[in-house]
Design a protein around this ligand. Sequence first.
Ligand SMILES: [Mn+2]
Length: 321
Amino acid sequence: MSEPRYAANLPSVGLVSMFRSPICEDFSKIDADIAFLGIPYDGGIGFRPGTRFGPREIRTFSVRYSAWGGHTPNGYWDVNQRKRFLKGLRMVDCGDVDIAYYDFENNRRKMTSNIEAILDRGAFPVLIGGDHSVTFPNVCAFSRFGPVDIVHIDAHMDWRDEIAGVRHANASPLRRSKELPFVRNMVHLGIRDVRTSDDQIADAEAAGAKIFTREQIRELGVNGVLERMPKLGNTFVTIDIDGLDPSIAPGTGSPTVDGLLYHEVRDLLQGVSKMGKVVGFDIVEVNPMVDHYGQTCLLASTLILEFLGAIFASQGRGIEG
Ligand SMILES: [Mn+2]
């Protein structure tokens, strides 16, 4: 037998895709359990731009895990749980939404329709932003699963109605999403920024949203939070990387002190996976332009991998041991 083309397969070698998954840019040809889609957009940012480079840099660091998630879908073995996750699950990288400058309406239509095309093929979409404004077009693609509950990890509420007439900046996606008729429960986790306004909290709570501040998560613990969450059915999860502490995730436009730690977010997401049926998720606001040597991109890759493991394990898929 001849030697494989990439026998060593070091992270520094070869072409890049999410976890070195096969590339499938033609949506109609997707034959996989999990499909990655980049959304390289930063038209919704009011402070430090650069999230358009998020998908590419996260891909670059995700190849650290390529031996487990890529061409040889052997999954990964969790040393704490002594179980194997994601075994045999097929992943593809669908490339990126073809963002066209600042034409939000056109970009938004492409984001939603690209995700719908992935769902049409029965694959689980993992959406890699992009600033947080992409979450509204992302959520729109999941109308077929209605009612849909949303779990949101963030330092900020993202419930601004408008800013100088702009209704689709990264400050508004959760409010826009709650306005959709098929969106039911909404849970916010990690809220803390001193810039949080009372009217955003009041509007969200009046609309039935449940809020857990960073401080409440610390006091209640992960299990205490999970016990107090509303019922979750089909669930879309949106992870703003600034929900995590800037000491571990510095590469983001609005770093906010006293954030969630990695294990808190991972454990919350594992709990959410068991409570509801997660139908898709996005991870947004990773900005490689202000990252430290890829630290945030590597963390995002790890979180994507472990969250996927939990989601599929909760459905009895990919789990061994
Ligand atoms: Mn956000």
